[in-house]
Design a protein around this ligand. Structure first.
Ligand code: NAI
Length: 344
């Protein structure tokens, strides 16, 4: 089985090679992202392996289907970039539901601490032998309230970290975890009461722009917003306005709505045409990393292992691949729990 590996980065190949492709599986690495134009690279391949910024829309799926591709193997947990509904009945879709929720939760905590203790500023100063403390005053997390939106694998670990700091936790989830002991509140209360808000829910039609101008207006002055989930959870223009109006105290972003053509690449020396992003980066109270939260040795190892196992399970014929995403009954997560065999 030949697998076209799209958006391949320098750190991908070693982790996949370390794990070793099983017999009968050959990876063809392409640096290009999967689009309608690059889909042709999958000719002769039975599977494509994609990441978060490969745009696997209906047109791309039709193109892959015409080329005889049978499997889309996501190297990520989130699957908002794949039209799973359109793929149903044509191409199977598998993902890596968990590879290291610690990597993302710990990155969220790292961004938060860096931001509120101005570590990024201090680092630059001391490298130039500037030992002044002026403008570096932060605040204690102890005793503050954190609002966590999405209490799945990553959200729960982030909550544990915040509790370690002595923070009070408010939680919101569309499907609250029973017997978790978490203090679930409605979203508007979480917005109103939190000093720090961290997003850990998936991007869906419902959650797109959940942080918009109306939500920001309801928040505390000086609120710190952390987003390590998906960029489009936040209306970036509204965020910028909130920062300019001094309503938002700080923003810690690992993701950005329009990141697909920008993140993961060296753009230094180029003129950034995205004015909103350029303005956000220019703000002293915005910290941005380029979708880096997953990037730990442990996570890369687990991604490679689960992806290869997912593809092997598919190769083995009628076996159930527990990580298949299917749209059979219209509810992907529900379907995953209910089905006993392959969906089609
Ligand atoms: P998970 O599936 O374990 O948890 C997601 C939680 O969100 C669930 O509890 C679910 O009930 C909740 N949820 C679903 N719809 C919701 C809604 N409308 N409002 C509020 N909550 C809702 O997922 P996990 O592993 O915790 O990942 C969370 C997100 O983190 C992923 O969807 C992905 O977008 C992002 N992520 C980012 C990475 C990065 O490198 N920056 C890496 C991995 C994941």
């Amino acid at each position: 089985m030949k697998i076209a590996f799209f958006d391949a980065k320098a750190y991908d190949k070693p982790s996949f090679e370390l794990f070793g492709a099983p017999k009968g599986m050959e990876f063809k690495y392409y640096e290009d992202k999967l689009t309608e134009d690059t889909a042709e690279l999958a000719r002769g391949c039975e599977a494509v392996c994609v990441f978060v910024n490969d745009n696997v829309n209906a047109a791309v799926i039709d193109r892959l289907y015409a080329l005889g591709v049978k499997l889309i193997a996501l190297r990520s947990a989130g699957y908002n970039n794949v039209d799973v509904e359109h793929a149903f009945g044509k191409i199977h879709v598998v993902h890596v539901p968990a590879y290291s929720p610690y990597s993302v939760a710990e990155h969220a905590a790292a961004l938060l601490l860096t931001s509120i203790r101005r570590i990024h500023k201090a680092y630059n100063r001391t490298r130039e032998f500037n030992f002044s403390l002026s403008g570096l005053t932060g605040f204690d997390l102890h005793g503050k309230t954190v609002g966590v939106v999405g209490t799945g694998k990553i959200g729960r670990i982030f909550i544990d970290i915040c509790r370690g700091f002595g923070m009070s936790v408010l939680a919101y989830d569309k499907f609250p975890a029973k017997d978790s002991g978490l203090n679930y509140v409605e979203l508007d209360e979480l917005f109103r009461e939190s000093d720090v808000i961290s997003l850990h829910c998936p991007l869906t039609d419902e959650t797109r722009h959940m942080i918009n101008s109306e939500a920001i207006a309801a928040m505390k002055r000086g609120v710190v917003i952390v987003n390590t989930s998906r960029g489009a959870l936040i209306d970036a223009e509204a965020l910028l306005e909130g920062i300019k109006e001094r309503k938002i105290g700080a923003a810690c972003l690992d993701v950005y709505e329009e990141e697909a053509d920008i993140f993961f690449e060296d753009r230094s020396g180029h003129i950034l045409s995205d004015d909103v992003l350029a303005r956000l980066i220019s703000m002293p109270n915005v910290i941005l990393t380029s979708h880096q939260a997953f990037l730990t040795e442990e996570a890369l190892r687990n991604i490679a292992e689960t992806t290869v196992n997912n593809i092997s399970a598919f190769l083995e014929g009628d076996g159930v691949c527990e990580n298949e995403l299917c749209y059979h009954c219209g509810k992907i997560e529900h379907c995953k729990k209910q089905r006993l065999g392959r969906c089609f």
